[in-house]
Design a protein around this ligand. Structure first.
Ligand SMILES: [Fe+2]
Length: 91
């Protein structure tokens, strides 16, 4: 996931940010990447501990699901539309 986020930020968010300016939505999207990564790391740490009751993971997994779905929806409805209509150069 970290690799995907890094590549997405380099080829989509960075050029789109140049077109839309520093107050555009790319900063918020990068913040969402960090939230998703942080939640994923908490799930991983919990699993690695070997002491986690599977039922205790549910709130973290539900949160991760909401974060990822919301982020993907925003990318598909807003970011990709902006990238195509504002002429951001994708490298
Ligand atoms: Fe993303």
């Amino acid at each position: 996931m970290r690799r995907h986020f890094g590549e997405e930020e380099a080829v989509l968010y960075k050029p789109l940010g140049l077109v839309l300016g520093k107050d555009g939505p790319t900063g918020e999207m990068i913040g969402e990447h960090r939230s998703i990564q942080s939640t994923l790391e908490k799930v991983g740490a919990s699993l690695k501990s070997g002491r986690t009751n599977p039922h205790d993971l549910r709130p973290m997994l539900d949160s991760l699901d909401r974060l990822v779905r919301g982020h993907m929806d925003k990318e598909e409805r807003v970011l990709f539309w902006l990238a195509t209509t504002r002429g951001a150069v994708l490298t």
